[in-house]
Design a protein around this ligand. Structure first.
Ligand code: GLY
Length: 332
């Protein structure tokens, strides 16, 4: 075969392979994202969901400014929300399930691709730290229920009653009102905290922690502890995390989808919008439905998008921390 003919045949085969790659989603595994020169002046950058993210970001920034790792920062950041009884959707003081028990879900992911997760964990104040121990001390990614609690106790965590008197009253009122379950995100302007960060070296990590939907069915686990749903980090590309009604995020693997869209060259903003629209296209949503995504790429560009109005995220860089109102698919 002549060289020219060989070239044409190889080009044709390459073209077919690339076409198939796109069709079956393989192209994204070989495409490199466009990485802009990082704006190191303002790094680290931290994003977290809702107004309770402000305090979490400040803690996380302090950890990195003092030389702590980005993994330490995301863990320490969300621990602030877990310990705060005023944050009624995360950790201590979170809404209980339909049986009156507070059950917690959390996951963490670091720049080296390792991940740890716990689900339906009871009586432990800091599920995010248990998730980190799962990542570091076991060959597993996820522990649930009694097994997760036993592991936590073995690791030195202590049992705490997570049901505050205020939540006990809320629970009693809910029972008295007929105890019907209605998914309701945006509750008092907060929900799951997902926190993603990039440090001065350009390394990414994320943490996500929640008490889940108020008065959920006992045993219900949402998106937050599911790697790829509530949180995903790929140190070559970026990070994304979710808040809101987890069932929709799980069915579309939202955070993984956003990171993969960024890998294909979409900006964090475009990727978040496409992920919300994927839900709209695939899932019949109810009138109180809410979902929100935030994303950060390797260059330090950020994005966020929600289904309904009301979602906010906390943005921090080296110079400032502020709350950002997020655009939504549904306008009112
Ligand atoms: N996004 C939190 C949950 O659905 O449990």
């Amino acid at each position: 075969m002549s060289n020219r003919r060989k070239f044409l045949v190889q080009t044709l085969i390459g073209g077919i392979a690339t076409g198939l790659g796109y069709r079956y989603g393989l192209a994204s595994t070989i495409m490199k994202p466009a990485v802009l020169p990082p704006d190191h002046e303002s790094f680290p950058i931290i994003l977290s969901t809702w107004n309770h993210g402000l305090a979490a970001n400040k803690k996380a920034m302090g950890v990195m400014i003092k030389g702590g790792s980005v993994l330490d920062a995301v863990e320490q950041g969300v621990r602030v929300s877990e310990a705060d009884p005023k944050v009624q959707s995360v950790g201590f003081g979170g809404f209980p399930d339909a049986s009156g028990e507070v059950t917690l879900d959390a996951c963490i992911m670091g720049p080296d691709g390792r991940a740890g997760s716990v689900a339906c964990l009871k009586e432990i104040m800091h599920p995010i730290s248990v998730a980190r121990k799962v990542m570091e001390k076991t060959p597993h990614v996820m522990l649930v229920g009694d097994g997760a609690q036993k592991f936590a106790l073995d690791q030195g965590f202590e049992k705490t009653n997570l049901l505050t008197p205020e939540m006990n009253d809320n629970y009693a009122a809910w029972k008295a009102s007929g105890a019907s379950y209605a998914p309701h995100a945006n509750w008092e302007n907060h929900d799951t905290i997902g926190l993603i960060a990039i440090d001065i070296n350009g390394d990414l990590a994320g943490a996500c922690t929640t008490s889940g939907m108020a008065f959920k069915h006992p045993g219900r686990v949402g998106d937050s502890p599911i790697i790829g749903a509530g949180l995903f980090v790929d140190n070559e590309v970026g990070a994304a995390t979710a808040t809101g009604e987890g069932e929709a995020v799980m069915k579309t693997l939202g955070s993984f989808l956003i990171v993969e869209l960024m890998r294909q060259g979409y900006s964090p903003q475009q990727a978040c919008e496409l992920a919300v629209r994927r839900i709209v296209a695939k899932i019949k949503v109810h009138p109180h439905f809410q979902i929100g995504y935030i994303a950060l790429n390797k260059s330090g560009e950020v994005g966020a998008y929600a289904y309904a109005p009301g979602f906010q995220y906390a943005f921090s860089n080296r110079n400032e921390t502020r709350l950002v109102d997020v655009k939504s698919e549904k306008k009112n």
